[in-house]
Design a protein around this ligand. Structure first.
Ligand SMILES: NC(=O)c1ccc[n+]([C@@H]2O[C@H](COP(=O)([O-])OP(=O)(O)OC[C@H]3O[C@@H](n4cnc5c(N)ncnc54)[C@H](O)[C@@H]3O)[C@@H](O)[C@H]2O)c1
Length: 354
């Protein structure tokens, strides 16, 4: 049912709550109505599932620029449109939200160097506009999608939260800039926040509850999947002469269901303790490009055609998180972020896509 509200934007309330997720358990939190920007996207949709399972109500604002309608759960309320438009944000906030999770953003580091205007508008101006409105509407709890890109080149491994913040792409700078603004709005008593610095998000819901593929991604694993599924002729591997165990780059992949779990825990933490947190979310293990290709070939039973090409500027040999702080504060640890679980949950979706 679609309703045109007096505030503009389009709200759709689907009646039947059905998350089908009873087997997983999250910490008990008082029921909240949680607004989710970008809730039809890749990480947002997985987090919505986790919120519903934890007993919360969810209101999504999404313009479907990269989101997928298939990712909407029946029980969510949808405000369709660009959250940067005054009438859309007004509609979103009219739902009486206790907290907002902010996922909606542009996310390709390379693209941010070619189109800084788009990244400034979406990630900086858009998010400041959101924060200003949350502050005025007295929505206290904010959970922000930050990124390991705030650190830049790793100066030591594993990278913990005390690592210097020296982004080497504009995307990373947009995330840092918002983290700093969140800190100010908190200091001024307007909000409390969790800033979650994701490493490489990967995998899909293991029970197949998310059907829409991540769009416009420049990440490795979707490209590996596409090569295995025959959706692209080959995978380019950027450098095989790094000082790593097989010469290819090593990254920290964290399963998107682990990320979703951390978001729910972060909300509980900031609301129960009235404290802000900034934490890394990573698996604390590194997998090389070659290891991911081999795991995919084994699990899919298909070849992954690949070609070694020159290194890319700014790609460090190795990037691995320390998530000790998330463990300590949130009781969180990655549970599904081993290569086999990540790859098999992705292959379940990709194998039928060609
Ligand atoms: N995917 C990763 O590996 C990764 C790593 C670090 C940080 N992040 C951050 O996590 C967040 C979510 O990433 P994702 O991978 O789920 O991306 P995604 O592109 O799948 O999701 C973004 C969602 O926001 C919606 N959206 C974008 N602009 C909007 C607007 N103006 N108004 C309303 N809706 C809008 C899109 O339609 C989409 O549903 C982003 O902020 C990204 O920077 C992602």
């Amino acid at each position: 049912m679609a309703i045109l509200t007096p505030f503009g934007g389009r709200s759709i309330q689907n009646p039947a709550p059905n998350t089908g997720f009873a087997q997983r358990s999250f910490p008990e939190i008082g029921h909240m109505r949680v607004g989710v920007t970008g809730g039809a996207g890749y990480i947002g949709s997985h987090t919505v599932l986790a919120l519903l399972e934890a007993g919360h109500e969810v209101v999504i604002v999404d313009d479907f620029s990269t989101g997928d309608r298939q990712n909407l759960q029946p029980s969510v309320t949808l405000v369709e449109g660009d959250f940067k438009k005054p009438e859309v944000i007004q509609n979103f906030l009219s739902h009486g939200l206790d907290a907002v999770f902010h996922f909606a953003a542009l996310k390709a580091a390379g693209e941010s160097m070619e189109q800084p205007e788009a990244y400034s508008a979406a990630n900086v101006r858009g998010t400041l506009f959101l924060i200003e409105n949350l502050s005025r509407a007295k929505v206290r709890n904010v959970v922000f999608s930050s990124s390991a890109a705030v650190y830049g080149e790793p100066q030591y491994l594993p990278v913990d939260e005390s690592h210097p913040l020296v982004p080497i792409n504009y995307y990373g700078f947009t995330k840092l800039c918002i983290e700093q603004n969140l800190a100010w709005f908190s200091r001024l008593g307007r909000i409390r926040y969790a800033s979650l610095r994701y490493f490489n998000a990967a995998g899909y819901n293991r029970a197949g509850k998310i059907k829409g593929l991540e769009r416009n991604t420049a990440n490795l694993l979707p490209l590996v999947m596409e090569a295995a599924a025959g959706m692209r002729p080959e995978l380019l591997v950027f450098g095989d002469d790094y000082q790593t165990r097989d010469g290819t780059g090593i990254r920290d992949y964290v399963h998107v269901e682990d990320l979703a779990d951390a978001h729910v825990r972060a909300l509980e933490f900031i609301s129960d303790n009235n404290k802000d947190i900034t934490v890394n979310l990573g698996s604390e293990t590194g997998m090389s490009v070659m290891e991911m290709i081999k795991t995919t070939e084994r699990i899919s039973g298909r070849p992954v055609p690949s070609r070694i090409v020159a290194r890319r500027d700014g790609d460090p040999p190795e990037l691995i998180a320390s998530s000790a702080l998330a463990h300590q504060l949130l009781g969180w640890k990655a549970r599904y972020s081993d290569a086999d679980t990540i790859i098999s949950s992705m292959w379940n979706l990709y194998r039928d896509k060609k």
